[in-house]
Design a protein around this ligand. Structure first.
Ligand code: GLA
Length: 692
């Protein structure tokens, strides 16, 4: 396990720390405090370009080498950032064309981070130069174990820019995709409002305009902008692989919140690195969902420092953030709880953002491991040190273990873009909320979940949930059919198969290419405003703990071969099917034509669990989150109490508590925000010594 922190040595020189005679003398004290807290890795330098190259071509990496040497003295290893998220001011002054233009064609100015257009070849050249110098100078430093490429990809709404160079790249991208202008006109549907073009060079970028662009054009724009980001990451990854072979590269991704394809970015990386913003206000299952999404970005070809599997949390917030309306303190025990939440879901490295609250800049009141005083006597430092002690205990047992899920939720960025841009049948429908309803039900019943793109191999999953795949490519539909044909259970929903990959609506019924799989056809759909509800009437063995409403969207289903599980209870479609099940090949395809409240999804999971032989990891009270990491004959359970009050857990068989070494059996009270790490290998009590 790697346990670390994000360290900015450049913040801790005279006059902010140190002395005029020894401006960097604080660094040694920092390293000592880190070691005492169990820290074995630091991430440094992701914004350091302006110090590495204060003037064009004049490089100074010595200060960072000295910082790395200080780390070496205490055995701490180093992840270095490429500094391309914060270009120096001289670069923008010399080449103002690198500044990104917004959708009004206005520049976003220099003087902060992220002020560059990722299509700028000038910017690419400067990035390559600084990365090459950096890798040549520090790439062989014995402490270096990983690179972080860039920082905060797409952050501050920088996924797209509208520069002239972007326009040229956009046109080349379209040419590569469509080959002929006739094909582009046909597949993009430019006859609508007769926006046909005769040359690729005339295809607009979706800049500010009187009304909406053709959603097919916007979808391509999103794909193009994503491909631009992926190419930028790949350029850096390729360069680093060439210059420092064997040193893996990562990035700090957020839980699929930015407008680029996170799966594609992960493909370009050796391992996934993530930012975790967990605070006391976040719901545990929302955090868990984010972590599972991020873990799922890379399921194979993982190459972490040290060779373990999993992912790293390269920024685990160690305290309050600074971007909320009110940035309350994170309560005692909560950082520990969220650290274990990440570890329990597969993290093999956790680094806290940030080591010490900065005295300068816009993030000076962000929570840190150390407070401004740097003394190491503060509450959070003590908490982190306590976690550090525990990690030392746990690391050997965790090595090689990973999360294994038999259930999967499908997620595709293209699909989400199709639901975010352009007019929608129901603006109040939110795909993430829809996913979260399914996820919460699985999470609260302690059933592990992966996320996957519809194009992945799904055969290892007993159950696949596919919430609202509005955009469904023909090839994706075929793969879903294959999965069910071979014995899988697929759960599909309303708002599926309404357009193909070209954003063209089908003429063979909804959900397109899947009507045979579900054994029915959706003839019409009735979006409902918030607050208006229909109701579901169930048939057969579906367990109903509550009356279940139908909200936001009601599909009007024409059943063919399928079995009807529930019908609507009112309006002109009273008695028409709302939920169906069809046997297809060796498997089953379930269709839910509406959205309901959380209780419905709890009942659904109870029913599906039996149908698919899925078992909860452990039987514990609902408020306790359980996760499992496993390898061959080892199963390590994590139990997390997200409540402010103690929870009583009953252990029917003895469990070994890793953190205390004791054996738990019978009743155990897990304190507020408490954590248990357990396995079933109970250490036999030592026989009393025979009397002499
Ligand atoms: C991201 C960045 C950090 C920091 C935090 C603040 O995680 O990577 O540099 O700015 O945001 O929220």
């Amino acid at each position: 396990m790697y346990f670390g922190t994000d360290y900015y040595p450049e913040h801790w020189v005279y006059p902010y720390a140190g002395t005029p005679e020894e401006p960097e003398s604080r660094w040694q004290r920092d390293a000592e405090l880190m070691v005492a807290a169990g820290i074995n890795v630091v991430r440094m330098g992701e914004f350091a370009w302006g110090l590495y190259e204060p003037e064009e071509g004049k490089y100074d990496f010595d200060w960072m080498k000295r910082a790395m040497d200080v780390m070496a003295n205490t055995g701490i290893q180093v992840m270095l950032g490429t500094p391309t998220a914060a270009p120096p001011i001289w670069l923008a002054k010399k080449h103002p064309e690198i500044l990104p233009l917004d959708d009004h064609g206005l520049p976003k100015h220099e003087g902060t981070r992220k002020a560059y257009c990722m299509n700028s070849s000038v910017y690419w050249d400067y990035c390559k130069k600084i990365i090459t110098e950096l890798a040549r100078t520090l790439g062989k430093h014995p402490q270096l174990i990983a690179w972080q490429i860039e920082n905060g990809l797409g952050g501050h709404n920088t996924e797209s820019s509208f520069n002239e160079e972007t326009r040229r790249d956009w046109h080349s991208w379209l040419k590569a995709k469509y080959e002929t202008i006739e094909r582009l006109n046909e597949l993009m549907g430019t006859r609508f409002w007769t926006q046909t073009v005769t040359r690729f060079e005339d295809v607009p970028m979706p800049m500010t305009a009187p009304t909406v662009f053709n959603p097919a054009l916007v979808l391509d724009w999103m794909r193009f902008s994503s491909d631009t980001i992926v190419a930028f990451v790949k350029m850096q990854a390729d360069l680093l692989h060439e210059l420092t072979p064997g040193i893996p590269v990562t990035n700090n991704l957020r839980a699929l919140t930015r407008c680029f394809d996170h799966f594609d970015v992960a493909d370009a990386l050796d391992f996934v690195g993530v930012d975790s913003n967990a605070t006391i206000k976040s719901k545990s299952s929302e955090n868990a969902c984010g972590i599972d999404m991020l873990r799922s970005l890379k399921k194979s070809n993982i190459n972490t420092p040290g060779g373990d599997s999993g992912f790293w949390v390269v920024e685990q917030k160690s305290g309050n953030v600074n971007w909320q309306e009110v940035n309350s303190l994170v309560r005692p025990g909560v950082v520990r709880l969220f650290t274990y939440q990440c570890i329990s879901r597969g993290a093999t490295g956790v680094l806290y953002f940030l080591w010490r609250q900065a005295r300068i800049g816009s993030e000076k009141f962000y929570g840190g491991v150390l407070t401004h005083d740097g003394r190491g006597e503060n509450r959070v430092y003590r908490e982190i040190s306590h976690i550090g002690d525990e990690i030392k205990l746990l690391a050997p047992a965790l090595r090689g273990t990973r999360v294994v899920a038999e259930t999967c939720i499908l997620f595709s960025h293209e699909n989400e873009w199709a639901m975010q841009h352009g007019p929608q049948p129901n603006r109040y429908f939110n795909q993430r909320e829809h996913i979260q309803l399914f996820y919460n039900a699985l999470h609260d019943r302690n059933i592990p979940v992966d996320f996957a793109r519809p194009t992945e191999d799904l055969s290892k999953y007993k159950m696949v949930i596919a919430p609202s795949l509005k955009l469904l490519a023909g090839g994706e539909a075929d793969l879903l059919k294959l999965y069910v044909q071979n014995g899988g259970t697929l759960v599909g929903t309303f708002n599926t198969g309404l357009v193909d990959e070209h954003h063209i609506a089908p003429d063979n019924g909804y959900p397109h290419d899947l009507t045979d799989l579900f054994g029915m056809e959706v003839l019409e759909f009735d979006p409902l405003p918030p607050g208006e509800e229909n109701h579901l009437t169930f048939k057969g063995a579906f367990p109903t703990s509550h009356l279940h409403p139908a909200k936001l969207w009601c599909d009007l289903i024409e059943p063919k071969e399928c079995q009807i599980l529930a019908t609507y209870a009112k309006d002109f479609y009273t008695g028409r099917p709302a939920m169906t099940m069809n046997t297809f090949g060796l498997g089953k395809a379930i269709y839910i034509g509406t959205m309901s409240h959380q209780h419905f999804y709890y009942d659904l999971i109870v029913w599906l669990r039996q149908l698919c032989n899925l078992y909860p990891l452990l039987k514990v009270p609902d408020t306790v989150e359980v996760s499992l990491r496993e390898k061959e004959d080892t199963k390590i359970y994590f139990l997390l109490n997200h409540q402010n009050s103690p929870v009583r857990i009953q252990f029917y068989k003895p469990m070994h508590d890793f953190l205390t070494g004791s054996t738990l059996q019978g009743n155990h009270d897990l304190p507020p925000h408490g954590v248990l790490v357990l396995d079933e290998q109970v250490v036999p009590k030592a026989e009393p010594e025979p009397a002499a």
